[in-house]
Design a protein. Structure first.
Length: 185
């Protein structure tokens, strides 16, 4: 029973926090989720239990999901101590554990491989230091420190260091993670 109370308190706090962050009054959120302002007020203050259909409507109105409203607030995912992996001229440190996107820091020491790859999705990286040579089809683009690149990965592509090692911060979707980081990650 205590777990249920903790979960409900977390959800109420998140609902109110998201509403306030958007600058919405109770009336405004109530109108967006078709719940009376008094019911919404009682939900936020804990004077009424939250029904699943109400939580769904509130989440939708707030632009979030049920999963995000109820997810654990444990702190074991706050600090990530990335493990270093060296492979094929790239040292990688994974910086996230999100299931849809992978954020990693990479130290690139290899030159651009001759083999250009294609996979569904988009890749994004920002150069923290050095210069990256990005091959997109027939084009070669130099991306320097403090510059970023985003591109469709349906274009044959590869990247490597230009003129010495380069550090990048990279955001990859699931297909990009498999293609660039391999199955070991």
């Amino acid at each position: 029973m205590k777990q249920d109370q903790v979960l409900e308190a977390r959800v109420r706090q998140r609902i109110r926090g998201l509403r306030v962050a958007r600058g919405w009054s109770l009336d405004e959120l109530a109108g967006r989720c078709l719940i009376s302002p008094s019911t919404l007020s009682r939900i936020e203050t804990g004077h009424r239990r939250i029904a699943l259909d109400q939580m769904t409507a509130i989440a939708r109105a707030l632009g979030t999901t049920l999963d995000q409203l109820v997810e654990s607030d444990s702190h074991d995912d706050v600090v990530i101590r990335p493990h270093r992996n060296e492979e094929h001229g790239i040292t990688t440190w994974l910086l996230s554990r999100d299931s849809n996107k992978t954020v990693s820091k990479m130290r690139v020491t290899r030159k651009v491989p001759e083999d250009l790859r294609v996979h569904p999705g988009r890749d994004w990286f920002s150069v923290l230091s050095g210069t990256i040579e990005l091959r997109l089809g027939e084009r070669t683009i130099l991306v320097a420190t403090n510059e970023a690149a985003e591109f469709s990965t349906m274009i044959p592509h590869a990247f490597g260091a230009y003129g010495g090692p380069a550090d990048i911060l990279c955001i990859l979707d699931h297909e990009g993670e498999r293609s660039h980081l391999g199955p070991a990650h």
